[in-house]
Design a protein around this ligand. Structure first.
Ligand code: ADP
Ligand code: ADP
Length: 231
């Protein structure tokens, strides 16, 4: 049974301007699903609806078969782990930032948990130890390193569904590809929704949904889409 279903979802921030015009797509359990499209297409709106910052004006959104209007905010946040484009880190150690929510965890405990969750490769990609201070007094992490910390933090919570909302869009291509390769390595079977504006970012997704002006324009694998119109 699909994990997330958008069923004919209509939505507008203002009543006189509809943004999503009856959007339907499914995220099967274990699948890596991508939503790609130009800026303004409505991609981030999909994430906001998933977290119920807003509700659709009509249609339904289901998670594990249940209308999300009947799911508590706490349960939604437990089931969907989000990595946004610009992750905010605490002015504390890298380890604290990764283990956020497990207060008092030592570096050894963070590494054990990371190995258990198979995310130690993300941490291996960081330039400094877990005890390194982040922020004004300490290490200035690059955008790519920050996103490694943010992704590790989210994966450590082991969410059933991972939502990457332009998580690597601000990075240069090489850094982006390195992070995506790590993610593929550590999270191959995890249900995920990746929102991106470049097709190259999500080329490996099982299902790619091409969104254009609030409508699903095309759907398929990367190879199928290339065959259609040489995107
Ligand atoms: P994308 O993520 O694909 O760039 P968005 O979902 O952010 O697109 O935005 C889709 C449309 O909704 C855009 O036209 C944008 O201007 C509009 N929009 C986004 N957020 C708001 C808001 N809070 N209030 C009004 N309009 C908004
Ligand atoms: P926490 O780690 O505290 O549980 P989350 O990882 O759930 O927080 O979310 C991180 C932040 O991103 C929160 O402030 C949340 O409100 C915000 N957020 C969640 N979903 C979206 C979204 N689709 N668009 C923008 N911000 C979001």
């Amino acid at each position: 049974r699909p994990t997330v279903v958008f069923d004919n979802v209509r939505f507008g921030y203002d009543p006189d301007r509809e943004i999503l015009h009856g959007l339907s797509f499914e995220v099967p359990a274990g699948a890596q699903v991508a939503i790609v499209g130009p800026s303004g297409a409505g991609k981030s709106t999909i994430g906001r609806l998933l977290f119920r910052f807003y509700d659709p004006s009509s249609g339904r959104i289901l998670i594990d078969g249940q209308d999300i209007r009947h799911v508590t905010q706490a349960s939604l946040r437990q089931r969907i782990g989000i990595v946004p484009q610009d992750s905010v880190l605490f002015n504390d150690t890298i380890g604290y930032n990764i283990a956020y929510g497990r207060s008092g965890a030592s570096d050894a405990e963070v590494m054990d948990a990371a190995r258990g969750a198979a995310i130690d490769r993300f941490i291996a990609g960081l330039p400094q130890g877990l005890d390194t201070e982040v922020g004004e007094r300490g290490l200035k992490l690059s955008g790519g390193e920050k996103q490694r910390v943010a992704i590790a933090r989210t994966l450590l919570k082991d969410p059933p569904i991972l939502l990457l909302d332009e998580a690597t869009s601000a990075l240069d291509t090489r850094t982006e590809q390195a992070i995506l390769a790590t993610l593929r390595n550590v999270s191959a079977d995890r249900t995920s929704i990746a929102i991106a504006h470049r097709l190259s970012t999500i080329a490996d997704a099982d299902i790619i949904n091409v969104l254009h002006e609030g409508r699903l324009e095309e759907q398929g694998t990367h190879a199928q889409l290339l065959r259609h119109d040489g995107l």
